[in-house]
Design a protein around this ligand. Structure first.
Ligand code: AMP
Ligand code: MN
Ligand code: MN
Length: 317
């Protein structure tokens, strides 16, 4: 069922005990929206727990109330009046899905590929970030944003828009950001915190760039992090941005070997709808930024993703 934002607010107000969760491989929007909603619901006197069933990038650890995130359910069966799933669909919340089985689910998301299976969904595919939706929700809930909550929201909006560079940045995104600054956010501090990297990752970035391959008459560019290179790198965050800027490249992608027979794909596009490519491979995302996992050896995954991107580029012509 598709909900209005007013109905979302009503359900949150009606619940006493609430679990907030977001997607695995959590990004700034997943963590920022979870912590902002946690803080807003706490301000309304709710009993709230946040579960994100995965390791979280070090750069996000400075977000207010980060220590309240529980990173595993430990197989425990959880109790709540309502489970709020943020920035993804039901099948990307890891072990939290089983731990909350049978509880009422409310999903708030901005991914166009979210079909709302098994949940009541508020979807705004035009919102730049789930944090932008949570910002709007704060108005409906009449919760005043303090500097800490505003910092969580700003971090999610800034990271999902590439610091207001991507096509998902809309006038209301910048208006929200302006209000968040008025609430006390210091944008330079957020960007310094989010963008800093350990030396090893910058060195790894140089190594990764050496794997660059150009396909389809310059329309696609890929980076290939195999098992060996993967061991040297803590995070591949931002690697894809190094190649999406290449003149003439319409689709940039990164293939990352995470384990034997398990590879992650990230895609960025200027024209082609990469969310469709990701969906056909069991993943999802947005028109211009999407991802998926491929359960295959690295070389096979390389062929699968390159072929799928080639087809999409051909079909778009
Ligand atoms: P990434 O390349 O990991 O930054 O992801 C780009 C976008 O695609 C983000 O909005 C992700 O939430 C989404 N995405 C990535 N991987 C998947 C997946 N396996 N299933 C659904 N959505 C995904
Ligand atoms: Mn996300
Ligand atoms: Mn998002």
């Amino acid at each position: 069922m598709q909900l209005e934002l007013k109905e979302v607010a009503k359900r949150l107000k009606a619940a006493k005990k609430i679990i907030v969760t977001a997607h695995v491989i959590p990004d700034g929007d997943a963590v920022g929206s979870s912590l902002a909603l946690y803080r807003m619901l706490r301000a309304l006197g709710k009993d709230v727990r946040v579960f994100i069933d995965d390791t979280i990038r070090k750069n996000l650890e400075t977000l207010p109330d980060f220590d309240h995130i529980e990173q595993s359910t430990d197989g425990e069966k959880l109790e709540a009046d309502l489970v709020v799933i943020l920035d993804t669909q039901l099948d990307r919340i890891g072990g939290v899905r089983q731990a909350t089985e049978g509880l009422p689910l409310l999903n708030i998301d901005h991914h166009v590929t979210n079909q709302g299976k098994g949940v009541d969904l508020y979807l705004d595919a035009d919102a730049a970030a789930t944090c932008e939706i949570i910002f709007e929700l704060s108005k409906v809930l009449k919760v005043k944003l303090d500097r800490e909550t505003a910092t969580c929201l700003y971090t999610g909006i800034a990271t999902d828009t590439g610091f207001f560079n991507y096509a998902n940045t809309r006038p209301s995104t910048l208006r929200a950001a302006a209000e968040l600054l008025e609430a006390g956010v210091e944008p330079h501090k957020v960007s310094e915190q989010i963008e800093k990297k350990p030396l090893a990752d910058v060195v790894g970035e140089c190594e990764a760039l050496k794997t660059l391959k150009i396909f389809f008459e310059g329309k696609a560019a890929g980076l290939f992090i195999d098992e060996e290179l993967s061991k040297k790198i803590e995070s591949t965050e931002g690697f894809i941005d190094l190649i999406r800027i290449i003149d003439g490249v319409e689709v940039a992608f990164l293939l990352h070997c995470k384990a034997e027979n398990f590879c992650r794909v990230s895609m960025r596009s200027k024209t082609v709808d990469v969310s469709k490519i990701a969906s056909t491979l069991g993943g999802g995302g947005h028109i211009r930024a999407a991802g998926c996992s491929i359960n295959a050896p690295f070389d096979e995954a390389k062929m699968i993703i390159t072929h799928a991107i080639g087809e999409a580029i051909n079909n778009a012509q």
